[in-house]
Design a binder for this molecule. Sequence first.
Ligand code: TRP
Length: 495
Amino acid sequence: MHPNREQWQSRFSFIMAAVGSAVGLGNVWRFPYIAYESGGGAFLIPYFIALFTAGIPMLILEMGLGHRLQKGAPLVFGSIRKPLQWFGWWAAGLSAGIAIYYSTILSWSWVYLWHAMKLGWGKQAETFFVEQVLQRSAGPQEIGAPIGYLVMGMALTWFVIYLILRKGVRNVSKVVIVTVPLPLILLALLLVRGLTLPGAMDGIRYYLTPDFSKLTDPSIWLKAYGQIFFSLSLASGVMIGYGSYLGRKAEINNSALITGLANCGTSFFAGFVVFSMLGYLARVQGLPLPEVTQSGTGLAFVAFPTAITQLPALNGLFGVIFFITLLTLGIDSAFALQEAFTTGFYDKWHLSTEKLARYFVIAAFLLSLIFTTRGGFFWFDIVDKWICDFGLVVSGLGQCLIVGYLYRIRDFREYLNRISEIRIGVWWEWTLRYITPSVLLIILIGNLSREIRSGYSGYPQWSTLIGGWGVLLFWAVLATILWKIPAGGARSEDR
Ligand code: TRP
């Protein structure tokens, strides 16, 4: 074990950091849309069932493992069975992979923040996004050179991440006190603005009108599990890494419950912001709501800017508020992802936090330049799809099976109950041994068969072979190398 592993300032900082990594862009641009198309208010039923039968049990597992073994993901799995260290590196590598493309959204957000004061996207937000900001090429085959201001946005993003991480976890404790509540306050401002606009209630009706007939469709249930999984930042080693900084005395079960509820509450709340604005947008454009409803980048960089331009007053201010919201939502997810990977190096080779932050940021910045090119958008889309649909699902499946069958799970549960404020029953073992792995397996098979049947989004097959399977393979190879290099480094390192 590490001689003097760093620790959070307090339990509060730990929970804030965990919430910060969970609450991200997905809460704003994925959840509301999924809820809207999957039964509105009725979707809350599968969603909360997924939260309690997979989300929170997995959170407890990850935070608990990190805390109990006092290590990040690579060495945690390595101490369960030696060869599993490979798996740990692969999972943590996925998180580095996410960090590298996640930064792209932050780089766009900086660019938009710059344009927001003058509503630079004008009347044609879509054309502005595609043609002026991304200068998007015809497809992944046309890459082109990196675009100057996107590179600047990217550099700024990584520089901020470096500043936050170089002083380690104590510093993260201070940062999350700002980056977690700030986007919530800003969302609340946007909500007040949204709700007082004409058409807002129509939007919210679309968001929440329950359609119980959808609950008989199994794909809705899978969507609920998928969203819970993604939203709680599971299976990427982040929560293991964060748990490992808890020190010897800690509380797990209730902290996981609080994190899960805070995250899902934020998602639900963000839905009101999104749909009140979309309702207004539909009203002023005289279109039916489904036509203005989008998710993902289309929501953040096209629909929202359009709605902001149409506001009766203070448009520039609301533009600035919205993009600061995106930046503060994203930044704590981004550095959490990097931390999950670099903590493995800290455990294994005792490198200093500052050095790790510096080397990783430089390497990641260089790799992320691919996403600043004219074809970058397509590569971003492919890498995101594969890491989330295949990488994270396999990693989560592996985690459940390893802990459920190779790690004495009964002892583990008793240990957690001894140190925690609330007790978990034997149901916890069942969810991890049977329910969660079965659901993940079904999701995986579904994703695979869809990919085999119809490919992804019309991209040429070679591009998904490289950007999709290739990226997963890249991390697998790197994981092998990192696993094989013997541990070492000075014991009394210079932190
Ligand atoms: N939970 C984040 C969101 O909702 C996205 C995410 C998935 C993530 N896995 C992660 C963030 C791992 C940090 C770490 O936007």
